[in-house]
Write a protein that binds this ligand. Structure first.
Ligand SMILES: [Zn+2]
Length: 149
């Protein structure tokens, strides 16, 4: 890391310790050029990315909204709430693990579709038909054919 005082390219880490909670590392650094010392902190950036919608607007990742998609597709289907919760959690984890600042809503839709596919085939077709807004019969046939795989 660059020295903030003289701009030298390289600085040495002379001490590094993890804080009590174990979620951040404090490093003491020394610049070999100007001999000044400074401290840096390293923490994991665990922030849900923004969801970028088709029209370019952005919104917070919202579990409640994801749940609404599931509930709409699963209306009157025999799927336990617990399974839905787990599916939503898997999506949240997947989105988080992408480590991106932004995720296209299309990608989120694919994740929901993937989970619905495992939960309930009828709900999957419902969601897919609205989500992909089938242009023609061929699109619909493709989705039905995918079910047989
Ligand atoms: Zn320096």
């Amino acid at each position: 890391m660059k020295c903030p005082f003289c701009g030298a390219i390289d600085t040495q880490v002379i001490d590094s310790r993890v804080n009590e909670e174990g979620d951040s590392i404090r490093r003491r650094r020394r610049c070999p050029s100007c001999d000044k010392r400074f401290t840096t902190y390293e923490t994991a950036e665990l922030r849900m990315p923004q969801v970028v919608k088709q029209n370019g607007t952005r919104e917070e990742f919202d579990r409640a909204k994801v749940r609404t998609s599931f509930m709409r597709a699963l209306h009157k289907r025999p799927v336990p709430t617990e399974f839905v919760d787990q599916a939503i959690e898997r999506i949240a984890q997947k989105v988080l693990s992408l480590g991106e600042r932004e995720v296209p809503s299309r990608q989120m839709g694919e994740m929901v579709m993937h989970e619905l596919y495992k939960l309930d085939k009828v709900a999957y077709i419902r969601f897919a038909s609205v989500y992909r807004s089938f242009q023609d019969v061929d699109d619909f046939r493709d989705v039905i054919r995918d079910l047989d795989k």
